[in-house]
Design a protein around this ligand. Structure first.
Ligand code: ZN
Length: 212
């Protein structure tokens, strides 16, 4: 299954969608989905390439997330699972120190979350169905050591709920994608880090990090 990154339209992202991650950053657990977007220029592949990230604006955190690809436009009342035609693992790279300053000033997150290359994206896999998606574990290895482990069953707002919420409020059409939030374990990247994203113990994306 291939999707050229040039084909991707809107990139929606969900913040604080895993309880332990919200708490590890000292945030409250939200009572409705926290949605933000990234420009499409944020997408870069995770196919063994080098990802360049800003090296002079404080900590850059990794956040490994399940990414949903929409194949069929959301319409109220339709079968929500029918909308999804693929999944991937992706990184929501975040300038954490920049974000902390923006949050303190009540400003939008674009500068922290939307920089070029801030959305590395692994290979597309067929949508496995709700039950398999909920229980399959995904893992981020950093330099071979486990950094994050999660499963969609632990999301505060599940896949169907997210699609309905985003579709009704902002619209969802073919080639839109949704980063569904990250489990606990986020931390700052270092020069040369090798990142590997595993879905059911299989590597479905990898890249190394260059601070520039
Ligand atoms: Zn995130």
């Amino acid at each position: 299954m291939s999707t050229n990154s040039n084909d991707i339209r809107n990139i929606y992202c969900i913040g604080r969608n895993y309880r332990l991650h919200a708490l590890e950053l000292g945030n409250e657990v939200p009572d409705e989905p926290l949605v933000f977007t990234k420009p499409s220029h944020a997408i870069v592949p995770m196919d063994g390439n080098v990802v360049s990230i800003p090296g002079n604006v404080g900590e850059v955190h990794f956040e490994l997330e399940i990414v949903l690809r929409i194949g069929e436009a959301y319409e109220p009342g339709n079968d929500i699972e029918q909308c999804i035609d693929g999944i991937a693992l992706g990184l929501d790279l975040t300038l954490r120190d920049v974000q902390s300053k923006l949050k303190a000033k009540g400003q939008p997150w674009l500068a922290a979350k939307g920089f070029k290359g801030s959305a590395p994206l692994g290979e597309w896999l067929p949508y496995p169905g709700a039950a398999a998606l909920a229980e399959t574990e995904f893992v981020l290895l950093r330099n071979g050591a486990e950094a994050q482990r999660g499963k969609a069953a632990d999301m505060l707002f599940g896949v169907a709920e997210l699609i309905q919420y985003v579709g009704e409020n902002y619209g969802l059409g073919a080639s839109d994608i949704i980063y569904t939030g990250t489990p606990a374990g986020v931390a700052a990247l270092q020069e040369g880090d090798l990142l590997q994203a595993l879905w059911a113990d299989k590597v479905v994306g990898s890249c190394s990090v260059a601070l520039v």
